[in-house]
Structures are given as C-alpha cells and as structure tokens.
Design a protein around this ligand. Sequence first.
Ligand code: IMP
Ligand code: MG
Length: 183
Amino acid sequence: MESNDVHADLKHVLKSKDEIQNRIAELAAEIDRDYEGRDLLIVGVLKGAVMVMADLARALHSHVTMDWMAVSSYGSGTQSSGVVRILKDLDSDLMGKHVLIVEDIIDSGLTLSWLKTNLESRGTASVEICTAFRKPDAAKVAIDVKYVGFDIPNEFVVGYGLDYAEKYRNLDFVGTLAPHVYE
Ligand code: IMP
Ligand code: MG
C-alpha cells in the first residue's frame, strides 16, 4: 500500500518509500564491506522485520544465509518488559557463525538486548544488530547497534513491517497515525 491508500488514517509520512530504499542500499553496502570474506547469517525477527530483511538481503552483493526467530515480550499493553519468550527458534546451529540480527525498530531496546545475549550464548563468532528504525529517546538499556537506518522521534509509527493491531505492516513507507484511528 502507498500513502494515498491510507491517506485518511495518516497524520504524516515520516519516511517515504524512496528514503527507506536508499538508506537500505547504503546499509547493504556497509554490510558487504564489513563482512567481506566471511560467511554471514542474517536473522530476522518476526513479524516486523520481514520487509527490511527482504529489501536488505536483495540489496546485498554477497551471499548470505537467512533464518528467522519469533519472540514475544511479556508486559502490560504496549510496553515491553524485557522478559522474553521464544515462540519460534532458529533452524540453524550458531556455533562459529557471524550473525547479524535484523529488526524493524528498537524502542526500549529490552527485547533486542535479551536476544543478543541469547544468541551470543550459543557459541557465535560475532553477533551484531541492524535495525531499520530506532527511537533514541525511548531507550531503557544501552545497546550497541552497528547499523541503524533512521533515528526517529519517540512516537508510535506504522508501516514497512510495523503494525498497529496487526494492520499497516504492508505500507511501503513509515508514518504516524491520525489520533482517530486509535482513540
Ligand atoms: P523494545 O525495543 O523491546 O521496546 O520492543 C521493540 C518492539 O516493539 C519492536 O520490535 C516492535 O514490534 C514494537 N514497537 C516498538 N515501537 C513501535 C512503533 O512505533 N510501532 C510499531 N511497533 C513498535
Ligand atoms: Mg519487532
């Protein structure tokens, strides 16, 4: 879906399709360079990271393998608690692997902080993080993120994988919702 398709639901477009695609290409070039000569496994966190995984993987000029995890953060309502449960684990053995976790957005950072430690405990050669979006003002834990698409303000956004009540994931841009949608 494009911005015209959901015009009535939008407050504003935060990052357009072109801005996102250009930035993903830049990140892919950095990743190609940084992992030159090494085997890389990219791990997408379901469901939000589907779009960024698909675009990032196709923008790379190197071979990578791809795997997926699904996790849920226990907590009240929309607040992440940092207590994480694995809903779907990786199919791959991580022993000796260079792993890049690919995420849609880092909000408090609690989920990813837990996930990074979990994957590192499996004997990886390295674990780094790539996220399409990050909200620096929402951070509750310090977390080292090697590749960041965009730092954005601390407000709720949808699109490009990000949902509100499971909707809006299939927007090709990222935007904020008009208050009438969630009030
Ligand atoms: P946290 O970093 O542990 O707080 O949780 C990050 C997760 O919360 C992301 O992977 C998203 O699934 C979800 N999330 C955080 N901020 C937003 C947002 O603005 N829109 C949609 N989902 C969000
Ligand atoms: Mg997510």
